[in-house]
Design a protein around this ligand. Sequence first.
Ligand SMILES: O=C(O)C1=C[C@@H](OP(=O)(O)O)[C@@H](O)[C@H](O)C1
Ligand SMILES: C=C(OP(=O)(O)O)C(=O)O
Length: 433
Amino acid sequence: MQLYHVKPRREPIEAVIRVPGSKSMSNRAFLLAALSPEPVTLYHLLESQDTIYMARALSQVGVFIDWDTKTEVALVKGGRRPTGKNHFFVGNAGTAMRFLVSYLALGEGEFVIDGDERMRERPIEDLLVALRELGVSVASENGNGCPPVRVEAKGVEGGQCHLPGEKSSQYLSSLLMAAPLFFRETEIRVEGELASKPYADMTIAMMAHFGVKVRQDGYEKFFIEPAVYHSPGKYLIEADASSASYFLAMGAILGGEVRLEGIGSESLQGDSRFAYVLQQMGCEVEYQPQAVVLRSEGKLKGIDVDLNAMPDLVPTLAVVALFAEGKTRIHNVANLRIKECDRLSALATEFQRIGAQVEEGSDYLVVSGGGNYHGAQLRTYQDHRMAMAFSLIGLKVEGIVVENPACVSKSFPHYFEYFEKIVEARQRLILPS
Ligand SMILES: O=C(O)C1=C[C@@H](OP(=O)(O)O)[C@@H](O)[C@H](O)C1
Ligand SMILES: C=C(OP(=O)(O)O)C(=O)O
């Protein structure tokens, strides 16, 4: 197995960083461009496993994608309904799996969408039930409510559907983006509290950029009329705020100044607000329209925080909490158990290996900070966020070894190159240089 031995760093850091494009925005942009009758050019696209799976699946049903990964630009020509008989594989890309199901239902044909072993354990039945209410013939092939999903597509009638909201916002995003192409007006009634709300906001904002409006009554009811998407011509993807969280965390833990470029107060990503969470822990934070600056003296205090709106940042924050005085309680994050791995259990298990005190509840984690930690080899569970978060522990704790670092390729293939440059920098660093 591949191992990554983390080199600790004692000095503060000073860095200006622009991370690659947002995974969530890239996969939405691919889909919305595929649904638009006119061509769209997408800029600052992320090239990673999840976005490659998405682009490949769309290409399989005839969407033309000319993607120059060097310049991060793609020309997309879609506008036709998917047809034929096709099998798709999307690894463990939640966005690709969920978004494609409703998209394929718009077409005419027989489609099976499958993923890797873990994807076959991640629930999708709530979305399938809602689609059946809208007139779609769709089922979990193994009958367990998880992929593979079979869609017998002949267009979508529309009308009213009910969607439990607590497991994932991706089901709602999937329905919303496809809904303008349903035959009738559609009303989606969300039951229970919608998880990860900023991702639904991002979907609605991006649909608006592609010319379609969604009417909503809070996060309980969403109304979409039949409409045609319009290409914005060019569309710029923001830098990925979830990927950037590791560098903010580095600044918070080690002290110094980190400036993120391409993510600021105007960002569509909920995770762009992460610096405010670190501010509560004692960092100084400044938001500009297109940038975030974080300054830290490396002295942090524990907090009590509801991270439902930023689920992907729980591992990052849990690691920061190890180095804060007092306890940090991260709550309302039950759906972390159905992500790339059971993240609450994985964090608790691996933190215990370094001698940390941690309490795991059904929907929360309490990390007691400021302990005397020791080196250990940490499992990453094929989960990119575990690998990136655990690398941060090694900045302060001698002897941290991260297993299977290559799993970062799901969302940030070059993470460890960025990480090493920052660890080794002797002066103010600009990345990419
Ligand atoms: O819509 C999206 O782009 C995402 C939504 C979130 O998932 P849930 O809505 O399942 O929490 C997030 O964890 C995932 O990485 C990306
Ligand atoms: C949960 C994640 O991804 P997804 O659900 O899109 O697979 C993630 O990137 O942390």
